[in-house]
Design a binder for this molecule. Structure first.
Ligand code: PGA
Length: 263
């Protein structure tokens, strides 16, 4: 497959942590820490995914201080507007200058019953509003035993891509459910194997050009100590980081993985 320069993305999924006041302090500190370390934001993109209630504060801070940090939401409604109590429309997120939105995180799938079809509909809604869907896929420990590593993520992604245009900008995160929050990350080789299979799905559904330019992240117990191994894999273009994204120094160190490739 044609090699295209894909700018790596280090994404911090805060989950239900940090209120809007804490989000301001955190993003400010993160920007200082990265700037202090002369982080090259054009070489490795950094984005955070705070709770909905933080987004307006993060937007104001990022705009006022012109911070080179991207941000997005952790979920979005598949609907444009209407009687959907508690839901947030993609257009609302676009108005807050969100660049990304996480869709189909395993916690949404297991705790909130999100199906592959819902994930597909949300991806279409996000893309139509000008957001970049960050589509999460991944197998459970049981799936791994029964079907091997790539079968479930491959079929999840095939459905999720169903409604997207060939030129749609999106990101895929491969997050084995057994690796999320467990301290038990996949090996870089496991991540590479599934990432390559996911890239093949993108090629099949949306063409070679889409496959070559789309970033595929690994997620699941990523930390400063293991990021370099994942980033050395040809099909892994970044990480979706949960727990370790809540510590400014740790997250900043993950984003600067190029400085500790030998770790
Ligand atoms: P973790 O979470 O880094 O804490 O394993 C990753 C995620 O759920 O996105």
């Amino acid at each position: 497959m044609a090699e295209l320069a894909r700018v790596p993305l280090i994404a911090g999924n805060w989950k239900m942590n940090l209120d809007h006041l804490q989000s301001i302090a955190f993003v400010q500190k993160l920007a200082w820490s990265l700037k202090d370390a002369r982080h090259d934001f054009a070489a490795v993109e950094v984005a955070v995914f705070p709770p909905f209630t933080d987004l307006r504060s993060v937007q104001t801070l990022v705009a006022a201080d012109k911070l080179p940090i991207g941000y997005g939401a952790q979920d979005v409604s598949e609907h444009a507007s209407g009687a959907f109590t508690g839901e947030i429309a993609a257009s609302f997120l676009a108005q807050l200058d969100c660049r990304y939105v996480i869709i189909g995180h395993s916690e949404r799938r297991t705790l909130h019953g999100e199906t592959d079809e819902v994930v597909a509909a949300k991806s279409v809604a996000a893309s139509a509003a000008g957001l970049v869907p960050l589509i999460c896929v991944g197998e459970t420990a049981e799936d791994l035993e029964t079907h091997g590593a790539s079968a479930v993520p491959v079929s999840q992604l095939a459905i999720a891509l169903e409604g997207l245009q060939k030129n749609a900008d999106f990101v895929v995160a491969y997050e084995p459910v057994w690796a999320i929050g467990s301290g038990q990350a996949a090996t870089p080789e496991q991540a590479q194997q599934v990432a390559a299979a996911l890239r093949a799905v993108i090629a099949e559904k949306l063409g070679d050009e889409a496959a070559a330019r789309t970033r595929i992240l690994y997620g699941g117990s990523v930390k400063a100590e293991n990021i370099a191994g994942f980033m050395r894999q040809p099909d892994v273009d970044g990480a979706l980081v949960g727990g370790a994204s809540l510590d400014v120094d740790g997250f900043s160190s993950i984003a600067r993985y190029q400085k500790h490739v030998g770790v």
